[in-house]
Design a protein around this ligand. Structure first.
Ligand SMILES: Nc1ncnc2c1ncn2[C@@H]1O[C@H](COP(=O)(O)OP(=O)(O)OP(=O)(O)O)[C@@H](O)[C@H]1O
Ligand SMILES: [Mg+2]
Length: 365
């Protein structure tokens, strides 16, 4: 499957710089030039997880395979995008396809880097983007409502449900709030997701600060944090410029550089983890002499569907999952000691996998 985060923001705020650092490739062309990104760039990144290394050490695994997440570098959005300004609708379509949004806000002062509005004000910038996304949502809601009129009249159940949800979203948007503030009932969740409203996607605000502010942030990033908290959204402080430099260093050099900067870990690691949490994702592990590997599942996934992430056949022929809790695996020192201590459980089809579970699936071919 794969979970996708879209990197969104005004032109020239540092999206591609961040994307480059994330994917450690030069695939996205970063330059001090609005609209240098035209096609969305897609990159996969490893989700950092120290637990995987500890498991691999105990299981004496030959290789370590982290789980992955996808980032998409989307071109800058400007005021009027919902009406086709800038590169307009094309970008909105790119955003529609992602599971969550990393909204990059320029918090750094630099006279050499053009700001499309000619001033640094991340809170106002956030509103500009959000307004465009809300307008685009309202437009697509109107269109959809018109398209289903006949079906609704004919009493089509799905269409009636859609109409109700579209009207709820419209009411919230017309009151100036994003669609993610709608309280969606469980039985509506699937239909709601299919509406693919831009402002229904979870958002992580990314404050892009100057190089020497990476560890403490600045007054602007503090304002962003306040705004995010008020919306119940997450935020991280990062210096895309520094991250780009770090991504070009060897691991041990990078560690020294981080120490000099007063950073406990690379901002990218924090960003990736925050995205992972935002998407409500969890990790389970498989560990053996061949490999130790992390797998991603949405929180609440049952054992057969978790097995299905590895291979469809695992899900179809699922018998049971031999399960060891992560803490047990570490404290007792691996699979055999856990077995001996009665800490390996046989879990069936209804078992909800827990974050960190070390699993071994038994299945029929
Ligand atoms: N934290 C920072 N401090 C200083 N300069 C930065 C920082 N982050 C990015 N920049 C610089 O800002 C400029 C624009 O960056 P970038 O190309 O990544 O923007 P973008 O958001 O992808 O723009 P576009 O929407 O046009 O694709 C580059 O010159 C980059 O080096
Ligand atoms: Mg760019």
């Amino acid at each position: 499957m794969g979970f996708k985060m879209g990197i969104v923001g005004l032109p020239n705020v540092g999206k591609s710089t961040l994307f480059n650092a994330l994917t450690r490739t030069a695939a996205a062309q970063a330059a001090n030039f609005p609209f240098c990104t035209i096609e969305p760039n897609v990159g996969e990144v490893a989700v950092p997880d120290a637990r995987l290394d500890r498991l691999a050490e105990i299981a004496k695994s030959k290789s370590i395979i982290p789980t992955r997440m996808t980032f998409v570098d989307i071109a800058g959005l400007v005021k009027g995008a919902s009406k086709g300004e800038g590169l307009g609708n094309q970008f909105l379509a790119n955003i529609r396809e992602v599971d969550a949004i990393a909204h990059v806000l320029r918090c750094f002062e630099d006279g050499d880097v053009t700001h499309v509005e000619g001033r640094v004000d991340p809170v106002a910038d956030a509103e500009t983007i959000e307004t465009e996304l809300m307008l685009a949502d309202l437009e697509s809601i109107e269109r959809r409502l018109q398209n289903i009129v006949r079906k609704v009249r004919g009493g089509d159940k799905e269409a009636v449900q859609q109409e109700r949800l579209l009207n709820e979203a419209r009411a919230v948007l017309e009151a100036g709030q994003p669609a993610r503030t709608v309280d969606v009932a469980d039985e509506d969740a699937k239909a709601w997701g299919m509406l693919q409203l831009l402002t229904s996607k979870p958002v992580l605000f990314v404050s892009n600060v100057a190089e020497d502010e990476a560890s403490q942030g600045n007054a602007q990033s503090a304002r962003v944090a306040e705004m995010a908290a008020a919306q119940g959204a997450a935020s991280v402080v990062i210096s895309a410029k520094i991250e780009e430099e770090i991504s070009q260093l060897e691991p041990d050099e990078a560690e020294m550089f981080l120490e000099e900067l007063g950073l406990a870990e690379a901002g990218l690691d924090r960003l990736i983890r925050a995205g992972y949490e935002l998407l409500n994702l969890q990790t389970y592990f498989t560990a053996g002499p061949k490999e130790a590997r992390a797998w991603t599942i949405p929180a609440g996934t049952r054992a057969p569907q978790a097995a299905g992430v590895i291979h469809g056949d695992f899900e179809k022929g699922f018998i049971r999952a031999e399960t060891i809790g992560y803490e047990d695996y570490i404290t007792l020192g691996g699979e055999q000691p856990c077995k001996d201590a009665g800490k390996m459980r046989a879990e069936g089809k209804t078992y909800v996998v827990k974050d960190g579970d070390v699993l071994h699936f038994l299945f029929n071919n």
